[in-house]
Write a protein that binds this ligand. Structure first.
Ligand SMILES: Cc1cc2nc3c(=O)[nH]c(=O)nc-3n(C[C@H](O)[C@H](O)[C@H](O)COP(=O)(O)OP(=O)(O)OC[C@H]3O[C@@H](n4cnc5c(N)ncnc54)[C@H](O)[C@@H]3O)c2cc1C
Length: 377
């Protein structure tokens, strides 16, 4: 049995950021991932400003070594009736393939000298015994630590073993994405969002990456997907081929790769995110923005908050549920109100295309509404 101070399950943005935030300590940390890196992650590849800011809080030049980061300046939204709304960014916005982005974050974590990695092997079982988390990996390795961080994504084993939280389709999205080359009339610094009749609440996106590549995808609330028996992969192909607002961009395009889907646990409900000897970050904690579907920034921000609490609690030797609740409180304080408002917005706009049409029309011609929208994106 290998003994550590902290086991981190998952080396995505949440897990890597957590380790990087403790780089100035001498804690013994084990980082586990079922994948071997570099690995891809099904995603829209939009890197929110919150993610950029978490990196810059580590060092001002944090992102200088990531040339795949594509800066964006604006967003174009299409309402179901075709009203176009252009918004210039006031905040940072980027795209970057997750293959490069997650590898870069991991390399930042790997500079931590007391880190052991266990890659290409799954966290299979987890039990708590005498104040220790005993993790069994699929290759038979056993690790033990008083604190475990669940950064193992939407199907978190840590969350399943240590909480009673169940998947709830009202607070869960399903999305598919693929890649294309050769799209026409799309600017390489502009994200495109389409709210399409029949596919609400949700949206279709075209996000430009570097070197002429585009991430193209479509996501909806899981309850609607199952109630209306929507096949997301099939719908993505239909939108590209048939939607009047979309299809002209794809007339000479070539698809690169398959339509691939994955789940998005939304932050619109409050669930336990810590307990005796554990904290959950990112998707494992259900922290995806209920309106935009962005989760990378919140995964990194929650990891930063969990690292701050871990640092204090390990120093005082108090890793009980009551002490670690400071993390839940910090997450709710930082993100709770925003999640509630966005969930409300999502519920109000769901199945009301006339309201989306009206709001986008209003925002496109009204400077105050336009200014308010700029603050949101
Ligand atoms: C189609 C789609 C589009 C999206 N688009 C965007 C977007 O454009 N912008 C954005 O900000 N967010 C987007 N998201 C959400 C975003 O992908 C997640 O919020 C983000 O990846 C969360 O980071 P994380 O570190 O919590 O989890 P992950 O990135 O999922 O990392 C979890 C890690 O844990 C590992 N793991 C899982 N289970 C185990 C196990 N049992 N044992 C060991 N390791 C394990 C995995 O291999 C993985 O490396 C999208 C999601 C989907 C599905």
């Amino acid at each position: 049995m290998q003994q550590y101070d902290i086991i981190v399950a998952g080396a995505g943005p949440g897990g890597s950021t957590f380790v990087r935030c403790l780089a100035d300590t001498d804690l013994r940390i084990a980082l586990i991932d079922k994948a071997t890196f570099p690995r891809d992650k099904i995603c829209g590849d939009a890197i929110p400003g919150t993610a950029i800011r978490v990196g810059r809080r580590r060092s001002r030049d944090y992102w200088d070594g990531l040339p795949a980061l594509n800066p964006l300046r604006r967003t174009r939204g299409f309402s179901p009736s075709g009203t176009i709304l252009d918004v210039e960014y006031v905040n940072d916005g980027y795209t970057c393939p997750r293959l490069d982005f997650d590898q870069y974050l991991l390399e930042q974590a790997l500079t931590y000298p007391r880190l052991d990695t266990h890659f290409g092997t799954k966290l299979k079982n987890l039990v708590r015994e005498n104040g220790q988390n005993i993790a069994t990996l699929s290759d038979g390795t056993q690790l033990s630590a008083p604190l475990i961080i669940g950064a193992d994504g939407a199907h978190s084993v840590v969350a399943k073993k240590l909480t009673d939280t169940k998947m709830d389709r009202n607070h869960y999205c399903a999305a598919v994405r693929t890649y294309y080359r050769g799209l026409t009339d799309i600017k390489d610094d502009r994200m495109m969002f389409y709210f399409l009749d029949g596919f609400l609440p949700g949206y279709f996106w075209i996000f430009p990456l570097k070197d002429g590549l585009f991430n193209v995808g479509f996501g909806m609330l899981s309850r609607q997907v199952s109630e209306r028996k929507i096949d997301l992969r099939d719908s993505l192909d239909r939108i590209v081929a048939e939607s009047p607002q979309v299809k002209s961009h794809f007339a000479h395009a070539e698809q690169v790769g398959k339509n691939e889907g994955f789940g998005l646990p939304l932050g619109s409900r409050t669930v336990p995110r810590s307990g005796d000897g554990f904290m959950l970050v990112g998707d494992a904690a259900g922290l995806i923005d209920p309106f935009t579907g962005e989760g990378i920034g919140n995964a990194m921000m929650s990891a930063e908050m969990a690292a701050a609490v871990a640092r204090e609690c390990l120093a005082s030797g108090r890793l009980d549920a009551k002490s670690l609740r400071a993390y839940d409180k910090a997450v709710t304080k930082k993100m709770g109100f925003d999640f509630k408002m966005k969930h409300l917005g999502q519920r109000i706009l769901a199945d009301r295309p006339w309201l989306i049409n009206g709001l986008m029309w209003l925002a496109s011609g009204n400077r105050l509404a336009h200014w308010a929208l700029k603050k949101v994106v």
